[in-house]
Design a protein around this ligand. Structure first.
Ligand code: NAD
Length: 432
C-alpha cells in the first residue's frame, strides 16, 4: 500500500501537506504490521468529509478581509466526530485532515464514542484586534453550520482558540437553532455548561502518562528534570502539574523564544509574568529569573523528560539523534516525524505518543458532552478521578499491545486505534 492516499495525486487536495503525508505514512506502517484489509486502509486514508469556506470579516479599520477556514471530518463510523479548531497563520486543508485522522485514533484508544475531526482558520490570532476574533469565529460557525451538530460534529479549543472562542460558537449555533445548545462545543466556560477541569485536562493527562512511564522506568519524579516547548494551554498546565509531582522544569520555549534555568523555573512566577497586562504578546521571553537560549537548543537540552507542547514536526531527522531525554512525552499533535521516529527507535528514549499522551483533553471533552446532554454536572473531583482512570487504562492497553506484538509505543497506540475503527467499519458494513 502506498503512503499516498487513493486517487490521482495531481487532483488530490490533501497531498501538498507534509503533515498529511506523515499521517498517511503512519497509517501505512501500522496497516502493514497488523495486516489491515487494503480496502479499509484506503477508506481510512481519506477523510469522510471536508469543507473549505471563505470567511469575510469586517476589520477594525473598516476594511473587509477574507480568511480561509476548514472543517474536516475523518470518520463518522464511531459516533459524532470530535476535534479542535485551530487558528494559525499557515494552517491548510492537509494539516487539518492529518489532525482529524489522529483524532480518530485518539478517540478509539480512549474508547470514546466519537470519530475524528479538526478545523482551522488560516489566521495569526495575535494579529487580530478588537472584535475581529469574535466576528471571524461567528461567521465561520455560520459558514460550517450545515455539517456540525451535537450528534454530528462537536468542536473544542486547539492552538490559538480558547474557552471564549467556544462560547461564541455556542452562542452563534444556539441563535440559529433557536434554543440553548451547550453540547455543540466542549471546552467552553464553566458558567455556560463547560466542564470543570477541562482547561487543565490535556496537561494533567500528559503528566499522568509521564508518571506511569517514570514508574515503569524506576525514575523518581524528585530526581527528574523537564524541558517543555510551548507555554500555552497544554504546555503551561503540564509545567504546573510536573512541579506538583516534584519534577524540576529547567527550560521552556514559546513562539517568541526559549529560556533556561538549571536550578528550576518557578512556574507560578512564570505564569504571572506571562499574564501581566503589559506583556502584550503573552510571552515567556524576558522572564528575569532565567537565561535566554537559542530555540534550536531547547529540544536538545539534557533532561529526564522532554515535552513538545506547541506544534507538529519539530522533531525531525535534523535533531532526533541529538535529543538528550529519557522520556519523550508528546503533548502536541504530531511533533515527531516518521524519519525522526525511526532514529528514536534506535535509542533508549521512552516515547509516549501524542494520540495517547494528549488524549486527556478529548476525554474530558467527552465528559463535558455527556454532562450537557444529560443536563447533570459533575464536580471536579469526579472529573479528575475519571480522567485519571481512563488515562491509566489507555496507557496500560498501549503498553500491553507494545509488549505483546513487540511494537514501539507509537505503533502500539496506532495499532489499537486503527484496529478499533476498522472493526467498527467491518461490523457496520459498506453502504449500500
Ligand atoms: P496554545 O495556542 O494555547 O499554545 C501554543 C503554544 O505553542 C504557545 O505558547 C505558542 O507560543 C507556542 N508556539 C507556537 N509556535 C511555536 C514555535 N514555532 N516554537 C515554539 N513554540 C511555539 O495551544 P495548545 O492548546 O496548548 O496546543 C498546543 C498543542 O497541543 C497543539 O499541537 C495542539 O493540537 C495540541 N493539543 C491541544 C489540546 C488542548 O486541549 N488544547 C489537546 C490535545 C492536543
Amino acid at each position: 500500500m502506498s503512503a499516498m492516499p487513493p486517487g490521482n495525486p495531481a487532483s488530490n487536495p490533501f497531498v501538498s501537506s507534509p503533515t498529511y503525508l506523515m499521517a498517511c505514512q503512519q497509517l501505512r506502517n501500522v496497516a502493514r504490521e497488523i495486516n489491515l484489509d487494503a480496502g479499509v486502509a484506503e477508506r481510512l486514508m481519506l477523510p469522510k468529509r471536508s469543507l473549505i469556506v471563505s470567511v469575510p470579516v469586517r476589520m477594525e479599520d473598516g476594511r473587509t478581509e477574507v480568511f480561509v477556514g476548514y472543517r474536516v471530518q475523518h470518520s463518522l463510523t464511531s459516533g459524532a466526530s470530535k476535534g479542535g479548531l485551530r487558528y494559525a497563520k499557515n494552517v491548510d486543508l492537509g494539516e487539518v485532515a492529518a489532525l482529524a485522522m489522529w483524532m480518530s485514533w485518539k478517540c478509539a484508544i480512549m474508547n470514546l464514542p466519537f470519530g475524528g475531526a479538526k478545523g482551522g482558520i488560516a489566521v495569526d490570532p495575535a494579529e487580530l484586534k478588537g472584535g475581529e476574533k469574535e466576528r471571524l469565529t461567528r461567521r465561520f460557525t455560520d459558514e460550517i453550520q450545515n455539517i456540525i451538530g451535537p450528534r454530528v460534529d462537536v468542536m473544542a479549543p486547539d492552538m490559538g482558540t480558547d474557552e471564549q472562542t467556544m462560547a461564541w460558537i455556542y452562542d452563534t449555533y444556539s441563535m440559529k437553532v433557536g434554543y440553548a445548545c451547550p453540547e455543540i462545543v466542549t471546552g467552553k466556560p464553566v458558567e455556560l455548561g463547560g466542564c470543570v477541569g477541562r482547561k487543565e485536562a490535556t496537561g494533567r493527562g500528559v503528566v499522568y502518562c509521564i508518571s506511569e512511564a517514570f514508574a515503569e522506568l524506576g525514575i523518581s519524579p524528585e530526581s527528574a528534570t523537564a524541558v517543555v516547548q510551548g507555554f500555552g494551554n497544554v504546555g503551561s498546565v503540564t509545567c504546573e502539574e510536573l512541579v506538583k509531582i516534584g519534577v524540576k522544569v529547567i527550560a521552556v520555549g514559546d513562539r517568541y523564544g526559549s529560556i533556561r534555568n538549571d536550578r528550576g523555573i518557578d512556574i507560578a512566577k512564570l505564569i504571572a509574568y506571562v499574564s501581566r497586562k503589559e506583556n502584550e504578546k503573552k510571552t515567556i521571553v524576558g522572564y528575569p529569573e532565567a537565561e535566554a537560549i537559542a530555540d534550536a537548543e531547547l529540544l536538545t537540552t539534557p533532561c529526564t523528560v522532554l515535552v513538545p507542547a506547541a506544534m507538529e514536526r519539530v522533531i525531525t531527522v535534523e535533531n532526533a539523534a541529538k535529543l538528550r531525554c529519557r522520556v519523550l512525552a508528546e503533548g502536541a499533535n504530531g511533533p515527531t516525524d516518521p524519519e525522526a521516529d525511526a532514529i528514536l527507535a534506535g535509542t533508549d528514549i521512552f516515547v509516549i505518543p501524542d494520540i495517547l499522551c494528549n488524549a486527556g483533553g478529548v476525554t474530558v471533552s467527552y465528559f463535558e458532552w455527556v454532562q450537557d446532554l444529560a443536563q447533570f454536572m459533575w464536580d471536579e473531583e469526579e472529573v479528575n478521578l475519571q480522567l485519571k482512570k481512563q488515562m491509566l487504562r489507555a496507557f496500560k492497553r498501549v503498553r500491553d499491545e507494545a509488549k505483546a506484538r513487540k511494537f514501539g509505543n507509537r505503533l502500539a497506540a496506532l495499532s489499537l486505534g486503527v484496529q478499533k475503527v476498522s472493526r467498527e467499519k467491518a461490523r457496520r458494513g459498506l453502504y449500500p
